[in-house]
Each structure stands twice: as structure tokens, then as C-alpha cells.
Design a protein around this ligand. Structure first.
Ligand code: XIL
Length: 388
């Protein structure tokens, strides 16, 4: 297994000869796609897939029946053979950070551009990583043409056609799909976020999206993904309540929804503002609805943390450690995915840059791809997690 996986990576890297231009996208490897049997749980194997003497996050999580993975962007992953090795080594799941969003796939009403997403699906197959879809229905990443084009008359068709085409293309190859992303917004009708989908289709767009998704790929896990549940504020408490109500209503209507995705973008300086017993209860409430839970976009924003590198790394690691010890205590949690793997590439550097302009350090590996205290904190959390 070690040899074949390493060999496959070498062959794959060799075949890339540097960067693969989008125009010469890799062909779909159907046989390995078939081999990547859809499995909602980790395989539980305790062998070291890369043959490293040290365990990897993939392996430590897998021992407990949990999947570890990370997102990546096509331009970065495909041009950086160093980081490819680390994805193949540390991860069991690969998530395209942007490549499956409307804004990337749909440059016009009648065109789909799957080249970047296909490349990532092939990379995942070749490296024996599960592939995960993000995301089909969201209020963001709406291409400019779509806002004018979508009307109350055609919006339902537009959304369902998109779901069928995109999910259909990867059917049988996807571990899970974020069918709907970021839909809860307090203070809005039905606590539903304003979007072209809510406004042109109506509040039932979520149910329709899930029903369409279940038909498009009956094997994959269908996830409702959202954020900002962690903190001990009235706002977060109301978001938790509104989300439980939404999920409960979907389940009561027999909607094919299998899991709840918690993004988990944490703030390093707010670590003490999480009431972990309330949060633990929330996870239990979700599990009681019969849903699995995936932590889908975990990172620790260090925008407001001290400049000192050791102090900052310790605070980021502590945030990971505390959060994961609570989250992994809930057996319904079957996956922990970080939003990136290394500080070399992270959305935090453009979305939450530090005012002192120091490079941000929110992820398990540093800029040089060395393991940070954050990596050790995640590893320890997997090690100490109860078995699924
Ligand atoms: C972010 C990506 O990381 C950025 O590269 C992109 O410019 C904007 O989107 N919640 C989500 C993700 O569900 O899709 C977002 O990803 C981060 C917040």
C-alpha cells in the first residue's frame, strides 16, 4: 500500500511536469474512481499509508473512525509539487476551495467549465483521497450574469439543472456534498439568508435543493453547511436555535439530508468566549435529529493574537485543542476538515490580514510545510478522541 501510493504520487507528479495548464486537463481516471468506494466513515485502518515512521493526521483520525482532510485551490495545488506531497500524506479528504462554486464553474448561462474541478478529482483519485463537493447553493460566488438572468420564473430550473449537471458529473466519486451553504440569517423571514435562491424560489428552495441532489447522486452524503455557532453570545445562541429548527423541519418533511456541516472558522483571541458545555449540547441536539456532523472549514484566525510567533502559535494550538476535544467527544462527528493545510496558502491572509502585516499562521503546517503546535494539537485531539 505504501509503495503503490508513493509510486502513484511520483507518477502523478512526473506526469505534471510542473504546472498542468487548464487546457491540457488530465483525463478522468474512471477505474480509480470506481475503486474509491464511497464510504461515509473512515476506514479505520491503522497502517501508515505513506510509510512514514511518524503518524499523520490522516492516520491518527482514521484510528478513531474520523476523517481528516483539507481544502485546496487548483492554481496552488497544481503548481506546487511540494504541497501535493503533504496533501497526499496528511489528508484523507480533499475539498476544492472554490472550483465547484457557481462563480468558477459558470462563466455564462449555457457553459460549465469543469477543468479545474476535474483536475482536483483526478488528483484525489490518484492519491487515494476522498473528494468532497463545496458548494451547490449559496448566496455568494454568484457570477455577474446570474443576478440579472435569474427570475422567479426560471430560478427553480436554473438551480435544479445546476445541481443535476454538477453532481451528475461526479456521481459515485463524491464522499459528500455541501448542497446548501450559509443559509441561516437571524432577522430575515424564516431566518433565511437573503439570496437569489430564497428571493426567486421562496423558502422551500432548501428542501428542493436536497431532493434534487438526492436524485442526482443517490450515494453521496448530503450536507447542510453553515457557520457562526461557536461563541457564547445571544446571537450565536439564536443561530443555534434557528438552525436546529430548520434542520428539524427538513427532517420532519422527509428531506434527504444526511449531515450538518459546521464551518468552524474560529477566532484565536476569542477562545475563552466559547461556552463548551452549551456547544456540546448543541452538537448532541444535532445528532439527536439523526444527522452526522462534519467540521468542514476549521481554521484559527490569528488577526488579533500577539505578534510573538511562539505565543501566537501556542494560542492557535490551544484553540484547536479545546475546540476539538469538545467536538470529537460527540460520536456523530465523523470528519474534521481544515480550510487549507499550510499557512503558505490560506484565505485568512487576504480576508483577515494582521494590522502589523506579519504573515498569518492559522493552519496545521507553517509556510515551509513544517508541522506547527497547531498540528500537534490536532494530532493529540484525534489521539484522545473516543472511537466511533
Ligand atoms: C472562501 C475561499 O477560501 C476564498 O478563496 C474565496 O475567495 C471566498 O470563499 N465560508 C465558505 C467558503 O463556505 O466557501 C469560503 O471560502 C470561506 C467561508
Amino acid at each position: 500500500m505504501f509503495l503503490s501510493r508513493r509510486y502513484a504520487l511520483r507518477m502523478f507528479l512526473g506526469s505534471l511536469a510542473g504546472t498542468v495548464a487548464l487546457g491540457q486537463s488530465c483525463s478522468t481516471n474512471q477505474s480509480s474512481a470506481n475503486q474509491s468506494k464511497q464510504n461515509w466513515m473512515a476506514d479505520g485502518s491503522s497502517t501508515t499509508p505513506t510509510g512514514e515512521t511518524e503518524a499523520t493526521l490522516r492516520e491518527l483520525a482514521s484510528r478513531k473512525g474520523v476523517l481528516y482532510g483539507a481544502c485546496a485551490k487548483y492554481p496552488e495545488l497544481s503548481s506546487d509539487s511540494e504541497i501535493m506531497v503533504h496533501y497526499a500524506r496528511e489528508c484523507a479528504v480533499l475539498v476544492p476551495e472554490n472550483e465547484l462554486k457557481w462563480g468558477e464553474l459558470r462563466r455564462s448561462a449555457d457553459q460549465f467549465d469543469f477543468r479545474a474541478a476535474d483536475w482536483m478529482a483526478d488528483f484525489a483519485d490518484q492519491q487515494n483521497l476522498l473528494f468532497r463537493g463545496h458548494t451547490l447553493v449559496w448566496n455568494q460566488s454568484i457570477p455577474p450574469w446570474l443576478s440579472d438572468y435569474a427570475t422567479p420564473q426560471n430560478a427553480e430550473q436554473l438551480m435544479t439543472d445546476h445541481i443535476k449537471t454538477v453532481m451528475g458529473r461526479y456521481a459515485g466519486r463524491m464522499h459528500s456534498w455541501d448542497v446548501v451553504n450559509e443559509a441561516v440569517q437571524l432577522g430575515q423571514p424564516n431566518h433565511l439568508m437573503q439570496s437569489i435562491w430564497r428571493d426567486r424560489i421562496g423558502p422551500d428552495y432548501i428542501e428542493l435543493a436536497f431532493r434534487t441532489a438526492a436524485e442526482a447522486d443517490p450515494e453521496t452524503m448530503l450536507v447542510f453547511n453553515d457557520n457562526r455557532f461557536e461563541y457564547d453570545s445571544r446571537n450565536a445562541e439564536s443561530r443555534r436555535a434557528a438552525t436546529l429548527e430548520l434542520l428539524g423541519n427538513l427532517k420532519a418533511k422527509g428531506t434527504p439530508i444526511h449531515a450538518f456541516g459546521i464551518q468552524g472558522h474560529l477566532w484565536g483571541h476569542l477562545n475563552h468566549d466559547i461556552n463548551y458545555s452549551r456547544y456540546r449540547e448543541f452538537l448532541q441536539n444535532v445528532a439527536d435529529l439523526g444527522l452526522k456532523i462534519l467540521i468542514t472549514e476549521l481554521d484559527v484566525v490569528d488577526e488579533e493574537l500577539p505578534a510573538d510567533l511562539n505565543e501566537r502559535d501556542r494560542a492557535v494550538a490551544a484553540a484547536y485543542a479545546e475546540y476539538l476535544s469538545v467536538v470529537l467527544d460527540e460520536p456523530a462527528v465523523i470528519a474534521v476538515l481544515t480550510w487549507g493545510l499550510s499557512d503558505r496558502y490560506t484565505w485568512v491572509s487576504s480576508f483577515f490580514p494582521r494590522s502589523d502585516n506579519l504573515p498569518v499562521r492559522p493552519l496545521p503546517l507553517d509556510h515551509n510545510l513544517d508541522r506547527k503546535p497547531a498540528w500537534s494539537a490536532i494530532a493529540r485531539a484525534f489521539d484522545q478522541a473516543p472511537q466511533r
